[in-house]
Write a protein that binds this ligand. Structure first.
Ligand SMILES: O=P(O)(O)OC[C@H]1O[C@H](OP(=O)(O)OP(=O)(O)O)[C@H](O)[C@@H]1O
Ligand SMILES: NC(=O)CC[C@H](N)C(=O)O
Ligand SMILES: [Mg+2]
Length: 501
């Protein structure tokens, strides 16, 4: 999950795209990039780091033009430490194309061979997004008849792209001198929405908060399989470009990835988290009687709405027991387990008085590798808590994610091949309560009955694209490098006796 944005305006867009990327920063903290277009020329700046560090005044001045796009990257393919793989990506033919991508292709390795052998195209990085751009470029070359490019040619190219690529993709591209193209995979796994502001400018972005925060009104979500082409005057054409579509957004967006003030595919992320808190409360009472809990404490940030609702339903006090250092980024999306572990302690500190002599229920949105839970349970005990119960608003994360969340292997997931009791022992809490998979799906689906379902593969092992095998997962992980040179990356928490279910 990266954050992507594109704008077509009649005024300079560099600052607007910068501001939009700041509103998407929670989706990717490893690299950032912006491209603008003036006349037929692209201007690009991209580098590793957070938005505020990547763009200095001189870089901003060198991004002229009324059309542009940007990305914040959270690597899920290739090398997390490579500056080369920062987005946007550029190819010079046909017309000149730049592109940003949120998602993950599941057939990138095969396509790379095909692009080389059949299309005679060279891919210079391990990024699946560079593969995607070259497929788009090839299809656009094929579909363009005559010198000028029409929306119908662009849509024909997207049809060709849908036929060739597999996996998840929300894409925004600029075609030099022509306009902005955006499209979404036929399952609508990764989010993408479109809006307009008072002067007629259009913005396409991963999350509605990006539009709202910049004075744009959300028009609607881009539909699964649909493409939008916006010409340089701001006129938009829409076309369904996939033969078969089924709307199954990634449920982890609602659990953790997206901002609570966003509405994705008609569902308020905040309301989804409240609903999950409600169902978690129901489940909790069968394990720990509320009378044994003195206080409910959220693990900042993402768990707050669920924890608050759970406390309300159970009639328990809701208190802040951990203070988050706002200058440390989100730990789950950091590359490498070493840095993630160190960051939890740097990021969260206890307010000891909330723990001393109390039975506390800690609530997190999800437990993935267990890095956060293990640390904070210990911190709660060190602060004098009598009993430490732990609840997760999401079910156990047991299966790898192949659609753009960085959980590439089952082995690194604390709940993979382990019973809840074994995870409890590992994390070190007195009781561990997880959400139920169906209850979570129902709690969120109730907010938009039109959806076909969700991709909840990391919880239930069912991959919505229907074509994922262990061999494909292994293949996707070839060429992935999440460690800096020579650094060990032992992601999995281990029980002292290395016991598994
Ligand atoms: O089990 P783990 O592997 O530790 O991953 C799960 C934790 O990571 C996330 O927090 P993060 O710090 O990334 O972001 P947040 O501040 O939005 O909660 C998530 O909210 C959990 O707290
Ligand atoms: N999280 C994402 O959307 C990542 C996009 C792309 N797969 C990359 O690794 O750069
Ligand atoms: Mg968290």
């Amino acid at each position: 999950m990266c954050g992507i944005v594109g704008v077509v305006s009649q005024a300079p867009v560099n600052q607007l795209i910068y501001d939009a990327l700041l509103l998407l920063q929670h989706r990717g903290q490893d690299a950032a990039g912006i491209v603008t277009q003036q006349g037929r020329k692209f201007f690009m700046h991209k580098a590793k780091g957070m938005v505020r560090d990547v763009f200095r005044t001189r870089n901003m001045r060198a991004l002229p033009g009324n059309v542009g796009l940007g990305q914040v990257r959270y690597p899920t393919a290739g090398n997390a430490f490579s500056e080369e793989e920062a987005q946007p990506f550029y190819v010079n033919a046909p017309f000149g194309l730049v592109m940003v991508h949120n998602g993950n292709l599941t057939n990138a390795q095969g396509l790379k061979q095909e692009l080389f052998q059949t299309d005679h195209r060279h891919i210079n990085t391990e990024s699946d997004s560079e593969v995607l751009l070259n497929v788009l470029a090839h299809e656009l070359e094929k579909s363009t008849r005559g010198a000028s490019l029409k929306p119908a040619d662009v849509f024909a190219a997207v049809r060709g792209v849908h036929r060739r690529i597999k996996g998840s993709y929300a894409v925004i591209a600029l075609i030099a001198g022509h306009g902005l193209l955006a499209f979404r995979d036929p399952f609508g796994i990764r989010p993408l929405c479109i809006g307009r502001n008072a002067d007629g400018s259009r913005m396409v972005a991963s999350e509605s908060v990006t539009l709202e925060g910049n004075g744009f009104e959300l028009e609607r979500d881009v539909a699964p399989g649909e493409a939008v082409f916006i010409n340089l005057d701001g006129q938009a054409s829409f076309e369904q470009c996939a033969d078969r579509v089924s709307h199954n957004p990634c449920i982890f967006e609602y659990v953790y990835l997206a901002r609570p003030d966003s509405v994705l595919d008609g569902i308020s992320v905040y309301q989804a988290r409240l609903n999950m808190g409600k169902t978690l409360a129901k489940r909790l009472v069968s394990t720990v009687p509320p009378s044994e809990i003195d206080v409910v404490i959220p693990i900042p940030e993402s768990s707050r709405p669920s924890a608050m609702e759970l406390a309300q339903i159970l009639g328990l006090p809701y208190r802040e027991g951990f203070v988050k250092n706002r200058y440390v980024g989100r730990t789950f999306i950091m590359p490498g387990q070493g840095v993630r572990k160190k960051s939890v302690r740097q990021k969260l500190n206890v307010i000891a008085s909330e723990f001393k002599g109390r039975n506390v229920l800690l609530v997190d949105d999800s437990i993935v590798r267990g890095t956060t839970s293990k640390e904070i349970v210990q911190m709660a005990r060190d602060a004098g808590a009598r009993k430490v119960y732990m609840a997760s608003a999401a079910p156990p994360v047991r299966y790898p994610n192949v659609y753009g969340i960085d959980m590439p292997t089952a082995q690194e997931l604390v709940a993979h091949d382990r019973t809840v009791e074994q995870v409890r022992e590992l994390i070190g809490c007195d009781a561990l309560i997880y959400q139920d998979v169906d209850a979570m799906k129902q709690a969120i689906a109730a907010l938009n009955p039109k959806l076909a379902g969700f991709d909840a593969s990391c919880f239930d092992g069912v991959y919505v694209t229907g074509d994922i095998t262990p061999e494909i997962i292994a293949r996707m992980n070839q060429g992935r490098d999440q460690t800096e040179e020579g650094q060990e990356d032992s992601s999995r928490l281990a029980l002292p006796n290395a016991q598994t279910a």
